[in-house]
Design a protein around this ligand. Sequence first.
Ligand code: ADP
Length: 487
Amino acid sequence: MALQLIDTGLLREQAYINGQWTSGDENTIDSIPVTNPATGEVIAHVPRLGEAETIRAVEAAEQAMTGWRRKTAKERAVLLRRWHDLMLEHQDDLAKLMTAEQGKPLPQAKGEVAYGASYLEWFAEEGKRAYGDIVPSHANDKRILVTKEPVGVVAAITPWNFPSAMIARKAAPALAAGCTIVIKPAEVTPLSALALAELADRAGIPAGVVNVVTGKASAIGGVMTSHPSVRKLSFTGSTPIGKLLIKQCADTVKKVSMELGGNAPFIVFDDADIDKAVEGAMVSKYRNSGQTCVCANRLFVQDGVYDEFIEKFVAKVRELSVGDCLVEDFDQGPLIDRAAVEKTDEHVQDAISKNGRLLCGGEQHVAGELFYTPTVIADATPDMQCYKEETFGPLAPVFRFKDEDDVIRMANDTEYGLASYFYANDLRRVFRVAEALEYGMVAVNEGILSTELAPFGGVKESGMGREGSRYGIDDYLEIKYILLGGM
Ligand code: ADP
């Protein structure tokens, strides 16, 4: 099915460098097909760029820094706000583009556009509040000033699961702080990124302030992590690639923000409201086909409510409709690629071979090659792959536990520490458990926790840095100490 947009100018098939649309050097022209994962149909092509164009983008971003950082925070806020308004004005088209290249249900895609835009609005305001300090001095004739300055050119590498919001979440605080940015979107979802660049252009954001380079990950990433003008790398993606990029950044001592993998526990205690817990588990697990870094990966349910939870949960999971979300309103779209389907199936088969009880799903869905049936496996145990690794697919393994100590130990028994969830009503337990979970984020009696108002980020091998909230702008600011003597 051809992609029909109201504003056809949002479908861009070129990279955006220094305010210009480009396919790269004539000698190096090569392109990457962008496919709809629901059908396999090629919907567009984008240039496969590499080192030379990335260097050009970094140089453009560096030149643009001078004018951009000199603007007042309010002047930058006006432009960011305009960019935000344009995103909302074109919400339907942006959502359609996203569903076409990524597969998620349209309402979720629309939600993501609004969520991404909310960061532009929030940081437009926060930029005005990047206050410094006057510190009581150590001598009468001296004064100590502390100011905040933009770190410099920012490079951003973003994943395919939230192809729009992950860009807005980095570009917003960077631009608000006075930094310029070079963005490398995931190979499979460049169209959402390029549409955002188009809107940044229409918003009047000056040339070079926002750049989007499509192409070879290792070549673009190589320049981003080694070019001396890039002062910060902000990455969202897998832990192995995050580790590689941190290593690459070491030689030029770049600041890094890392949003990496998770292995979220979702705990249901005996005193929980089971219907609410089931509702939370549904959105936490199956949103975006289980392909979010904060997705519940391991469900732990206490003995006394185990059977009731399972029965109600499986009934809901069976109701999930699966199919091509551009054609009809389905609850779940395809997975992103063949490897994602294989990994999900591998985790399912591994769990079954270790005496997991398959209650629903467990196979490819008839809707097509990349569709997987929403799956629940009961009696899951810690020796299973799904206990140790993020499945990133629609599998919910349900573990049984006896007491609080037991479940906290299992919940924390992972190198990851991004999101965690639990359902309980005893206030003392709520505090005890929230404090005991070694995670950057804890949701109590809720299945979704992302908002621009709160700090999103992980501990342990889930990364460093926070996105959103008043803390989020700090990742893009340097502190400068100025001593005034002889006063
Ligand atoms: P996922 O498993 O979600 O695809 P990745 O970590 O592989 O996660 O991808 C996240 C982002 O990192 C994507 O934009 C991808 O292109 C990019 N990426 C992958 N490998 C490299 C690399 N060697 N250098 C720079 N970026 C990379």
